[in-house]
Unconditional design. Structure first.
Length: 564
């Protein structure tokens, strides 16, 4: 009795009557979790490209605690899916999976198991008992039957398996790591990935990476993304979060977004865990992670790494455990901004590079080696032509909400005779502390029009327009000041290098900014607010704006003259 209707095409007792393609072999992909399923979906097309001899069907194993999302992933990819209990009668020639924890029907069909992370580096709960097991190792029965083949990325992993599971002797294949090869081959697209993630030029992208389980970073410290956003100046940094697919599957996207609600309001980029974590990792300037594979991939790319958590479920003697000994730690009791800046400034990549050499062997050849073994097990000659290479990763989809409210601190100093300099430091209002004022230092709240938090919007001293208003700018300013009676300034860009600002007393000031594109009106309005608070004259004023580490920008203020 099947759990759902069995397939009739391309497998089934009378499939030959309905099939269009006359395949010589049937390859079944065992799909159990999102993590394992996507790993096969990403590398398999390059291996069997243009080969009509191989028919591919996906068998859905619904028994995982983290099975949510698998069927949607397969349907979105256009896969043919059969129920798990049809697998025995489908008589496949090869079962391919990146999930070792599957109950394969009896028979002599070989099973090729790909890694869905870096090696065998984590102890996970055993679904068949109350114990834990080594992630990545198939049940002993498959090894004893001589049916299972385990792909490894480094000879050290073969030695590790022999020490802990002697029955793996002769059952490992040195393939390399297809995912690592894809990361390496996509580094030339880094700027495109950063643009897709909304990281402006000159900003640093801090990627927070968490595996799943109670010892993971997000399990130990779910508030860390928000605290980073509260500590890192908006004009210098962006923060993204990559959470393991098992977090999404186990708790749901609603729960994850609710837990990160303030961080999302502050501009956190919540990266899709299926495909987009890889280009996000290539785009990152710093990885703050744990014992998950993403942290090790990042360190292997030469990206600075800080460890914010490291669980006891990491396996001793593995590359991941070695990373814990050499990577610097994040101290959540110390100043986060200083630690991030120091990691970016003085990070030494060599210790982590030495760890990477223990995790990945013969980089750049994984797809070619994997295809060779795949066709050997299918008992077919490899297709003619060039060996497959790792594909370049597609840009990630835009993720997360924009920050639309800031706590702004401005400090006024003299840049020269009659030319004040205003240092501007903006932090997302959703997570930032109110701040304190001192002589020459002022704090205010700035919000974009349409800010959803009414309390923030009604408390803002500065209201900002996002899109260039052109000739309608005076009307927009009057309307904004009317809608937000607590504000002192409304400012909107009017074109390249131009901002129009209106004051509560009715004055309109045109600002000319030394930038070639349409400026962010926030720093200009912050400088204007600082001059007002300092009691300095405004008409025909010249000032210098300094935001974070960016070069200073000259701004000229003069009374607005309507176009003739």
């Amino acid at each position: 009795m099947h759990s759902s209707p069995p397939l009739r095409v391309p497998v089934g007792p009378d499939a030959h009557r309905w099939s269009t393609f006359r395949a010589e072999r049937t390859l079944v992909v065992a799909a159990r979790t999102v993590t394992s399923t996507v790993r096969v979906l990403e590398c398999l097309p390059a291996l069997i490209r243009n080969d009509s001899r191989v028919s591919v069907v996906f068998a859905h194993d619904p028994t995982s605690a983290f099975g949510d999302g698998v069927l949607q992933l397969l349907h979105d990819a256009g896969c043919r899916i059969m129920p798990w209990d049809q697998l025995a009668e489908a008589a496949p020639d090869l079962i391919l999976t990146a999930s070792e924890n599957i109950d394969v029907p009896e028979g002599d069909c070989p099973v090729l198991v790909l890694p869905h992370g870096v090696g065998f580096q984590k102890l996970v709960p055993d679904s068949r008992s109350e114990r834990v097991r080594l992630s990545g190792v198939v049940p002993a029965g498959l090894l004893e039957a001589g049916r299972a083949w385990l792909a490894v990325s480094h000879p050290e992993q073969e030695e590790q398996l022999l020490g802990s599971h002697p029955k793996t002797a002769g059952r490992t294949l040195l393939i390399g790591d297809p995912c690592y090869d894809e990361l390496l081959g996509s580094r030339q697209e880094r700027d495109a990935y950063r643009r897709a993630l909304g990281v402006p030029d000159g900003r640093r992208l801090v990627l927070v990476s968490s595996t799943w389980g109670p010892t993971s970073l997000i399990g130990q410290d779910p508030d860390l993304p928000g605290r980073l956003l509260a500590a890192l100046p908006y004009d210098e940094y962006r923060v993204a979060l990559v959470a393991h697919p098992n977090v999404w599957a186990g708790h749901g996207s609603w729960q994850l977004r609710t837990l990160q609600a303030s961080a999302l309001d502050a501009g956190l980029v919540l990266v899709d865990p299926v495909h987009d974590w890889r280009p996000a990792l290539v785009a990152a300037d710093l990885v703050i992670g744990d014992h998950g594979s993403v942290t090790l991939y990042g360190a292997s790319l030469g990206t600075p790494v800080l460890l914010a958590a490291f669980g006891a479920d990491a396996v001793p003697g593995t590359a991941a455990e070695a990373l814990a000994r050499v990577a610097p730690r994040l101290d959540d009791r110390a100043d986060l901004a200083n630690q991030v800046a120091e990691a970016l400034r003085s990070y030494d990549p060599e210790p982590c590079a030495a760890v990477a050499r223990r995790a990945f062997a013969d980089s750049g050849r994984a797809h070619a080696r994997l295809r060779k073994e795949l066709y050997r097990l299918l008992r077919l000659p490899e297709p003619a032509g060039a060996s497959p290479r790792a594909p370049v990763l597609a840009p990630p989809a835009p993720a997360g909400a924009r920050c639309t409210a800031w706590r702004v601190t401005t400090t006024v100093t003299a840049a020269g005779p009659g030319r004040p300099e205003v240092a501007v430091r903006r932090l997302p209002a959703a997570v930032a502390e109110p701040g304190t004022e001192a002589a020459g230092t002022f704090v205010h709240l700035a919000c974009e029009e349409g800010e959803r938090d009414r309390h923030l919007a009604e408390s803002a001293s500065v209201i900002l327009g996002r899109r260039p208003a052109g000739a309608d700018a005076p009307r927009w300013i009057a309307d904004a000041l009317d809608r937000y009676p607590g504000s002192r300034i409304a400012a909107v860009p009017t074109g390249p290098g131009a901002v129009l600002a209106g004051l509560r007393d009715g004055r309109l000031l045109a600002a000319t900014v030394a930038v070639p594109d349409v400026p962010d009106p926030g720093p200009v309005a912050a400088g204007l607010y600082a001059l007002l608070r300092a009691g300095l004259p405004l008409p025909d004023a010249r000032l210098t704006l300094r935001t974070g580490t960016a070069p200073s920008t000259g701004v000229t203020l003069h009374p607005y003259v309507p176009p003739a």
